[in-house]
Structure formats: structure tokens, C-alpha cells
Design a protein around this ligand. Structure first.
Ligand SMILES: O=C(O)[C@@H](CO)OP(=O)(O)O
Length: 269
């Protein structure tokens, strides 16, 4: 059956489409805690966001051939919620740590507003959104150190000697892009319609790559939870005009949701 993942003519595919979504709100988003590689569950609101995302994709006529997600349950459950709405729970799903949220190191488990009170808004903005400044490493005295390092979700990788103790966006991109290039790109080029359910920062890495954003531009981008976005790419996998970050939601709702994410790292008014 012809896939809707590409538009084609006699000279081959003209463009490719891919849909991505950041997971719905997690219990740790709700508590405003740095989460990273901790395997937080979705909140009730997050579960509802997944259903709403699925309905929006269904109403827009999307069908998928396969899906990719991280090994973290907040992304997995968001994907499941969406696929249930689409009645497409049987499609192949590949989970990989390479699509995980970036590892928040020593900030893992800290409240973002308390961290602003301690270190200031500017430092927290740098830790959250800069390209190459990593958070401090997670150390054994962090209550989540063992939980994360020994979590069975990491049994297939990364290898223990490469297990990160912190990640900047730059380091996150370094482990996400090989998956994009080796797995996603060949499937896209084969005309498959793909859905990726992942995380704010792993997806910011992919967006930076696709849109060739510079380090200042990416600093300003906050992806909202649970609102799918589509890219339409040309043969070279560069976004066609108007093909970048096409959110499936009205602009006002999207802006509000983006501002909400940005404000998680600001002092309480
Ligand atoms: O805590 C995290 O893991 C991420 C995503 O929820 O937060 P931030 O938006 O601050 O990068």
C-alpha cells in the first residue's frame, strides 16, 4: 500500500514527512524537578496530552509505518497513547537510549525554582538551554545515582564504561544523531511514515540539526509537551520552505505551552 510518508512523481520521491512529539507532562515535570535519565511516569495531564495528540493526528489523517522512542516510560507511554487513538498499536516500535532526554547530571531530582534561588536565573538558563555547557556530573551522593545507573532499561546500552554522568545539548546531539542517520534516514528515504516520541532536549537536537540552527537560536527553543510537530523535507533531507516545526495545534496554544516550559526555570513571581 502506498505510504503517505512521501510525495512522489515519475522521477522519485519529491519530499518526505516525519512527525515528532515530546512526551506528555511527566510527574517530575509537574513537580518541576530536573529529570533527565530518571524514569519518571506520565502525570494524569500527560496521559491526557497523549490522547489529545493521538486524536489531533487522527483528525489530520496521519498514519504511520513505524515508530521510534527512547527507553524512558514517559515517552513510551505517550507513544502508546497516540497509537491507541490511531488504532495503530501493531506497528513496529524501536526503543533506544539514544533518543533519551539529556542526562541532567548533578541537577537530577532538584527543583528548578529552588535551583534558580540558589544559583540564579542566568546560570539555570545556561544549564537548561546552552549548547555546550553541561550540568555538573551526578555523584554517588545523589539519591537517584544508583537508581539510574542500575535501571534495567539500560541493559542494552549505553555500555557501562560509556554511561554518561551528565550531558550538554552538544553531547546529547552526539549520541542522538547517529541513530537519526543510521536508522531514521534510511527508513525515511524508503518512504516510510515515521513517528518519533521522545524528549524536549533530544528533539531539540534533531531540530537544530534539521534546521541548521546556530547555538544562540537553539537556546531560545522550548518544545511543548504532547503537541506533535511535522517536518517536510526535500530530497537532501533539508526542510522545504515552511516545512520546519509545523505544530499540530493552534499557534496560541503552542506559544502558551512553549512559554510554560521556558518559565519552569524562572524565579517564582
Ligand atoms: O528535566 C528535564 O529532564 C527536562 C525536560 O523535562 O527539563 P528542561 O526543560 O529543564 O530541559
Amino acid at each position: 500500500m502506498a505510504s503517505k510518508g512521501k510525495t512522489s512523481c515519475c522521477c522519485g520521491p519529491k519530499s518526505y514527512q516525519i512527525v515528532m512529539v515530546r512526551h506528555g507532562e511527566s510527574e517530575w515535570n509537574q513537580k518541576n524537578l530536573f529529570c533527565g535519565w530518571f524514569n519518571a511516569d506520565l502525570s494524569d495531564r500527560g496521559r491526557q496530552e497523549a490522547v489529545t495528540a493521538g486524536k489531533a493526528l487522527k483528525n489530520a489523517g496521519h498514519r504511520f509505518d513505524l515508530a521510534y522512542t527512547s527507553v524512558l516510560q514517559r515517552a513510551n507511554k505517550t507513544l502508546d497513547g497516540i497509537l491507541q487513538e490511531l488504532n495503530q498499536t501493531g506497528i513496529p516500535i524501536e526503543k533506544t537510549w539514544r533518543l533519551n532526554e539529556r542526562h541532567y547530571g548533578g541537577l537530577t531530582g532538584l527543583n528548578k525554582v529552588d535551583t534558580v534561588a540558589k544559583y540564579g536565573e542566568e546560570q539555570v538558563a545556561i544549564w537548561r538551554r546552552s549548547f555546550d555547557v553541561p550540568p555538573p556530573p551526578i555523584t554517588p551522593d545523589n539519591p537517584y545515582y544508583d537508581v539510574i545507573l542500575n535501571d534495567p532499561i539500560y541493559k542494552d546500552g549505553p555500555p557501562k564504561n560509556e554511561f554518561p554522568l551528565f550531558e550538554s545539548l552538544e553531547l546529547t546531539i552526539k549520541r542522538t544523531l547517529p541513530f537519526w542517520n543510521d536508522k531514521v534516514v534510511p527508513q525515511l528515504k524508503a518512504g516510510k511514515k515515521i513517528l518519533i516520541a521522545a524528549h524536549g532536549n533530544s528533539l531539540r537536537g534533531i531540530v537544530k540539526h534539521l534546521d541548521q540552527m546556530n547555538n544562540d537560536e537553539i537556546m531560545k527553543l522550548n518544545l511543548p509537551t504532547g503537541i506533535p510537530f511535522m517536518y517536510t523535507l526535500d530530497k537532501e533531507l533539508k526542510p522545504v520552505p515552511g516545512g520546519s516545526l509545523q505544530f499540530l495545534g493552534d499557534p496560541e496554544t503552542v506559544k502558551k505551552a512553549m512559554d510554560e516550559v521556558a518559565n519552569q526555570g524562572k524565579a517564582k513571581k
